[in-house]
Design a protein around this ligand. Structure first.
Ligand code: ADP
Length: 385
C-alpha cells in the first residue's frame, strides 16, 4: 500500500500521462494521472467510465493504425510504442508518444497494461521546422550556385574581350609613347605592362577559383537531389571494382590491401561507388611515404544497419581536425597533397541519404579509420526526411 501511495505521488507530479488498465472482455481503466486532463483536454472521469475514450480522441487519420497496434499488442504480438495525433474537444491537435507495457501472470496472461503517454507536440513542430529549414537551405545552395554561373560566364567572356582589346591598344599606345614627354612615359608604360596585365591575370585566376567553388557546391546539391535507386549490392565486388581504379597506384607504391567478407547491402550503386571511391582514394592518398602502406576494408551487419570500415596506417589526422574534415572545403594536414576538401562532404551527404552516419577515428603518425553505416531495410523513396 505504501509503495502504491509513493507511486501515485510520482505519477501525479509528472507532465506525462501515466495510465493503467485491466484488459479483458470488460476493459477497465484502473488509474490515469491528472496530466490526462491537461493533455487530452477531457475529464479523467470520462476515461474511467469509457476506457476507449483515449482512442476516440485519436485523430481519424491515425485511428485505424493505432487501434491495430493496440489490439496486436493485447494479443501478445508486438510492442506498443507509437506516435499519433489527438484532436481535443476545442479542436486543437496534439502529438502524443504513447508506450505501453504488459504485466503478466505466471501463465503469461496479460493482467494489467501500464502506459506512459507524452505530449510531443513541441518536438514534432521543431522537427518539422528543422526539416523545412534544411530543405530551404538545400534549395538555396542550389539556386545560388546555379545562378552564380551566369555572371561568371559574363566575367570570363568580358575579361577575354579586354585582353583582345589590349592586344589592339598596346601597339597604338607604344607608338603614341614616342611623342610623349619622358616624365609621363614611364607611368603609362607601368600601367600598361604591369597594372593592366596583372589585374587581368588576377581576374582570370579568381574566376577560375570561383568556378571551382561553384561547381563543388553545385555537385553537392545535386547529390542531395538526385533520385536514389536502391538495389541489393554485392559489396565485395563493389570494393574490388573500386580498388581496380587505383590498381596502378597500389602496385607502384606496393600498398598492401586487405578486404574482409562484407554483407550484401541495399543501397544506391552510384552512391556507394562514390563513397568507397573517396574513402579508398583518401586512404591511399594520405599514406605515409616513410613506411609500407596498409589499407583495410571490412563490413559487418549491425542491427538493422550494415557498418563498413576503411582504415589505413597513413599520416593520420589531429584530434582538432577530425570533425572538421567532413565540412565543405575543409582540408587538414599537409597541403602539399592535392585536393579541394570536398570529398568527405560528398561522402557524408550520400551516407546521410542512406540514413547512415559516418565518423573518423585517427591518430597522427599511426593512421585513420573511417566507419560508416547504411540502413539496410530501406525501400525506394524512403531515403529522404
Ligand atoms: P581532400 O582530400 O580533397 O582534401 P576530403 O574532403 O576528401 O578532401 O578530405 C578532407 C581532409 O581530410 C583532407 O585534406 C585530409 O587532410 C584529411 N583526410 C581525409 N582522409 C584521410 C586519411 N585517410 N588519412 C589522413 N587524412 C585524411
Amino acid at each position: 500500500r505504501e509503495s502504491e501511495e509513493r507511486f501515485r505521488q510520482i505519477a501525479e507530479n509528472i507532465d506525462d500521462v501515466f495510465w493503467m488498465t485491466e484488459p479483458g472482455p470488460i476493459e477497465k481503466v484502473l488509474y490515469v494521472s491528472p496530466a490526462f486532463e491537461r493533455v487530452w483536454g477531457r475529464q479523467s472521469s470520462e476515461l474511467l467510465a469509457n476506457p476507449r475514450v483515449w482512442l476516440a480522441a485519436v485523430h481519424e487519420k491515425d485511428r485505424e493504425s493505432v487501434l491495430e497496434t493496440y489490439e496486436e499488442f493485447l494479443q501478445g504480438m508486438g510492442d506498443f510504442d507509437i506516435e499519433y495525433r489527438i484532436a481535443r474537444p476545442d479542436g486543437s491537435i496534439r502529438w502524443i508518444w504513447d508506450r505501453a507495457f504488459a504485466i503478466r501472470d505466471r501463465d503469461g496472461n496479460i493482467r494489467r497494461v501500464a502506459g506512459l503517454a507524452q505530449d510531443i507536440t513541441q518536438r514534432k513542430a521543431d522537427e518539422q521546422k528543422k526539416g523545412q529549414l534544411y530543405k530551404e537551405i538545400k534549395h538555396f545552395a542550389y539556386i545560388v550556385s546555379h545562378d552564380l554561373r551566369a555572371p561568371l560566364v559574363n566575367l570570363r567572356g568580358f575579361s577575354r574581350e579586354l585582353e583582345m582589346a589590349m592586344s589592339v591598344l598596346r601597339p597604338a599606345v607604344e607608338k603614341g609613347l614616342e611623342q610623349m614627354p619622358q616624365e609621363n612615359r614611364r607611368e603609362v608604360q607601368l600601367a600598361l605592362e604591369e597594372d593592366v596585365t596583372e589585374s587581368l591575370e588576377f581576374i582570370k585566376s579568381s574566376i577560375h577559383k570561383m568556378d571551382h567553388l561553384i561547381s563543388a557546391i553545385l555537385k553537392l546539391s545535386r547529390l542531395e537531389r538526385t533520385e536514389l535507386d536502391f538495389e541489393r549490392l554485392d559489396m565485395n565486388s563493389l570494393v574490388n571494382e573500386t580498388l581496380d581504379t587505383f590498381a596502378h597506384e597500389i602496385e607502384e607504391k606496393g600498398i598492401e590491401v586487405r578486404v574482409g567478407v562484407m554483407p550484401d547491402t541495399l543501397a544506391d550503386r552510384t552512391s556507394m561507388e562514390q563513397i568507397l571511391g573517396n574513402l579508398l582514394g583518401n586512404a591511399i592518398k594520405y599514406l605515409d611515404p616513410k613506411r609500407p602502406g596498409l589499407v583495410k576494408i571490412a563490413g559487418w551487419p549491425h542491427g538493422e544497419e550494415n557498418a563498413f570500415r576503411v582504415s589505413d596506417n597513413g599520416l593520420g589526422i589531429s584530434e582538432s581536425d577530425v570533425e572538421r574534415i567532413f565540412e565543405v572545403f575543409q582540408r587538414a594536414g599537409d597541403r602539399a597533397v592535392p585536393g579541394e576538401g570536398m570529398g568527405l562532404a560528398y561522402v557524408r551527404t550520400l551516407v546521410r541519404r542512406h540514413q547512415g552516419r559516418i565518423w573518423c577515428e585517427s591518430e597522427p603518425g599511426t593512421g585513420s579509420t573511417f566507419t560508416f553505416t547504411i540502413c539496410n531495410h530501406l525501400l525506394p523513396g524512403e531515403s529522404d526526411p
